[in-house]
Write a protein that binds this ligand. Sequence first.
Ligand code: PEP
Ligand code: MG
Length: 574
Amino acid sequence: MSGGAIELVGLAASEGIAAGRVRRILWELPEPPAATIAGRRNRLRELERFREALAWARTRLESLKADARARLGEVEARIFDPQLLMLEDPEVVRGTEGYIVENRLSAARAFQWRMLELRERWSRTGHPMVLDRLNDLHDLKLRILNRLLARPSPWEEEADPNAVIVARNLTPSLAARLDPAQVAAIATEEGTRTSHWAILARSLRIPAVVGLAGLLERTRDRQPIIVDGATGRVVIEPGPVRMERFERRRSKMRGWREEAAGPEEGDEGLRVALRANLDLPGDARRARGSGAAGVGLLRTEFLVAGRNRAPGEEEQYAAYRQVAEAFPGRPVVVRTFDLGGDKFPAFLRARLEDNPLLGRRGVRVCVDEPELFQVQLRALLRAALHGDIRIMIPMVNGAAEVGMVRELLAAAGEALDRAGAPRARKVPVGAMIETPAAALGAATLAARTDFLSIGTNDLVQYTLAVDRTNARLAHIYDSLHPAVLSLVAQVVRAGREAGVEVSACGEMAGRPSGALALAGLGVKVLSVAWPSLPEIRRLLRTRPAGRIRQAAVAALAAEDGDGARRALADLLGD
Ligand code: PEP
Ligand code: MG
C-alpha cells in the first residue's frame, strides 16, 4: 500500500462510508487503592457511599433512558434495562456489601472484586449475546467506580462532526448518545453486528466496522481515517489518492440517494424487486423513503436482545403491525426468532455448547421452546390483518421442520379463535436457505413452502466452513466462491420449477458484485440493508440484463472467488 496508509479488514456492522479524524476512547478502569478499612464506623460509611453510588447510577441511567426514548424510540431505550436490573441484582449488591463488611474493603475495591467475579462467571458461556451483557457490566462498573473514586467520565461530549470513534468496544451509554451530527463513523476491535450499539448505529446511519484486530495499537488521536461500513474496510492515514477515491465514492452515493425512487427493473428488462432488511421496526419508514418495495427480512431479535424476560404478545403485535402499516400492499417478511449461535438472550439460559454455530439455533430453538414461539406466532397472525405479512423460518434443513412450524402455527390460530381474537386466516410460510442441506433439498422445501429466501450470510459460512464472525478469516469468507454460486443456481432452479418465489436476503445482496451475481443467476427479489438500496437499485437499472446474466454464468464457471470477481468486474464502476 502506498504513502504509509494502513488498511485493516473487519466485519461490516453498519452500512455507509465516512472519513474523519480518529477519536480514541479508552475504557480503562480505575484501580482503587488496596488499603483495608479499619473501624466499624468507617465501614458503615463505605456501605453508605456504595448505596449512594448505586442510587446515583440509577438516576443517571433513568435519565439516559428517557433521553434515548425521546430521541430514538422505545426499543432503543431498553438497552439500559439490563444495567438497571443489575443495580438491584442481589449478586451485585449483597456480594459487594459482603466484601465491605466482612473483608474490610473500600466500597470501590469491594465493587471491583464482585464485578470481576461476575464477569468471570458470565464470560465462560462464550455466547456473544452474553458477551454483550459483559459490555453492560463494564459500562456499569466504569460508572460506579468513577463515582466512588470521584473521576470524570471518559466520554466528555465534544461537538466534532468529523470524529471517528476508535475503541475496543462501545458501551451502551455511549451508544445511546451516538449522534450523527457528532460522530462520522465508528471502528472497533471487538463487538458484533448484533451488539446493541451496532444496531443503533445502523438505525442512525452511522457507518461502523467491528472486529478490527490491532486497531488501537495502530491509531493515534486526530489521524485521518476512512471507514467503509459496506465492505468492512478501514484505512488509516489514507493519503491524497485514497482520499480522492473516497470523495468520488461518497458523492456518487449521495447522488444515488437523491434519485427519485423509480421502477426496479433494469433497462433491458431484468426485473428485480428490491426490499429492505430491517433490524428495528423504527427503520421501516426510512427504508420506505429509500425506495424499498417491501421488507424482505425483518429480524425479530430486537425483541429479545439483552432482555431478562420473554417479550409479550401485545408488544410483538404492535411491532409487527407498525412495519406492516409502513408498507401498505407490500410484502413484509418477518423472520421468526433466530436465536442461538451468535444470538442468545439471557432468559433462555444458554447451555454451554462446543460449537454454538452448529448447535441449538434458529428453528431448532423455536420448536424446542414452544411457549416462546407460540406467542410470536399468535402476534404475527394478528398483525397479518394489517398488511401482507409473511412468516419466514430460519436455519431450516428440511421439510420436517417446515411441517413442525405449520403445526405450531395452526395451534396458534386455534388458540386465537378460542379467545375470540381476530386474526388472518392464511399467512404465507417460507424457509430460509442457509445450509447446504436446504440448498440441495430446495425442490422438497419449495413443495412445502410459499417462498424461499437465501440467507447468504449463513449459507457462505456453512458451505465454506468459515465462521462468519471471525475477523481473522474474513479474507476466505467469500460469498462469490463458485460453490456458493452453484448452490444459489440450484435454489433458483428449484423455485422456478415449483413456481415459488426465490429471494436473497444476506449481505451479499447489498454488495454490488454480489447483487449482480444473484440477479444474473435468476434471483428475482433482493433484500438489502436499507442504506444500500440506492446503490443497488442504480446498478441493476443501468446494466443491461443480458450482460448481467452472462457475467453471472461466467462467475459460476470460474475456478475460485477471484475468478468470479473478475467475471463481474466489467459491470462495476460508474
Ligand atoms: C443470513 O444468514 O444471510 C441472514 C440474512 O440471517 P442473519 O444474518 O440474521 O443470520
Ligand atoms: Mg442467518
